[in-house]
Design a protein around this ligand. Structure first.
Ligand code: C2E
Ligand code: CA
Ligand code: CA
Ligand code: CA
Length: 274
């Protein structure tokens, strides 16, 4: 660590040693934090384009850290994936999400993000089955969001797991389409119910390539009976453009940020839903 000249200490050249011990420390903290109940779920509404009604909510994890405040998932999920803590965190998230969703009106969906590393020997199918059995709503209300890296690592194993998950009655969604080496062929090969386009496409919707991709995905999804979701819709103008492309569902700050479970009832009963 070196003084950065403004009285703060920063690691200009963190050695592997430092990086490792920092990660270990975080893992240990995470383990305690799960037990102490310091992890929370926030829920972002998913909106049906044609009716502008709430179809369900996506669960997004937060860590309420005693010293560091609310830690966003991008800061702790990678470490959790490296050290194996992700299994415990996901087990907790599945249980919480199912439990919360049981209090919502019938038919509203709840979506939980599944890290691609869980597709490798973490007993994912049993984990989902247990969550549904312990506190679940009807299984068809649970949606699982999966990024393409799971498909890339081991396509055969991932397909086998997806088939077993679907046999439980849950729906599966291909998440973050367009951020990596996403391929539309995955929509044919894997039994996805939905595909979610990453928010980068909406941000750049004025660029011809972004619009072309939204159009292509929507077209192919339609022909495969896969629903499309677009995330990151922040303005009415973006919403209109996405709607014009025939996307089925949207999420974004235009409608709502992720909110605590305690305020969901109020949001649902507001006369003007969104
Ligand atoms: P994601 O699954 O792509 O989730 C969407 C992210 O975009 C969320 O960030 C959400 O708050 C944010 N977002 C939603 N609408 C808008 C918008 O209109 N504009 C902008 N700029 N952003 C918007 P968040 O909650 O910080 O989550 C980040 C990522 O962390 C998620 O990306 C997901 O990959 C991961 N994550 C969150 N919760 C979990 C979890 O329980 N398990 C796993 N494995 N990953 C999680
Ligand atoms: Ca997601
Ligand atoms: Ca995304
Ligand atoms: Ca459709």
């Amino acid at each position: 660590a070196k003084n950065d000249g403004r009285g703060r200490f920063a690691f200009f050249d963190p050695s592997l040693q430092d990086g490792l011990s920092e990660r270990r420390r975080m893992e240990t903290e995470m383990r305690t934090a799960v037990e102490a109940g310091h992890f929370e779920l926030r829920y972002q509404p998913v909106i049906e384009v044609v009716t502008r009604r709430i179809l369900g909510f996506e669960a997004l994890m937060r860590w309420r850290h005693p010293d560091r405040g609310m830690v966003p998932p991008d800061e702790f999920i990678p470490t959790a994936e490296d050290g194996g803590m992700i299994a415990q965190l996901t087990e907790w998230a599945l249980l919480m999400a199912c439990q919360d969703a049981r209090r919502w009106p019938d038919g509203l969906k709840v979506a939980v993000n599944l890290s691609p590393v869980l597709f490798r020997g973490f007993g994912l199918v049993a984990m989902v089955a247990d969550a549904l059995a312990a506190s679940g709503p009807e299984s068809n209300r649970l949606e699982l969001e999966i990024t393409e890296s799971a498909m890339m690592r081991d396509p055969d194993e991932t397909l086998a797991i997806l088939v077993r998950l679907k046999a439980l009655g849950v729906r599966v969604l291909m998440d973050d389409f367009g951020t990596g080496y996403s391929s539309l062929a995955y929509l044919k090969t894997f039994p996805f119910d939905k595909v979610k386009l990453d928010k980068a496409f909406v941000r750049d919707i004025d660029q011809p390539t972004s619009l072309a991709i939204i159009r292509a995905v929507t077209g192919i999804a339609e022909s495969l009976s896969v629903r499309t979701v677009v995330e990151g819709v922040e303005s009415e103008a973006q919403f209109r453009r996405v709607a014009a492309e025939g996307c089925d569902e949207v999420q974004g700050f235009l409608f709502s940020r992720a909110i605590p479970p305690s305020t969901i009832k109020a949001m649902l009963s507001a006369p003007e839903r969104v």
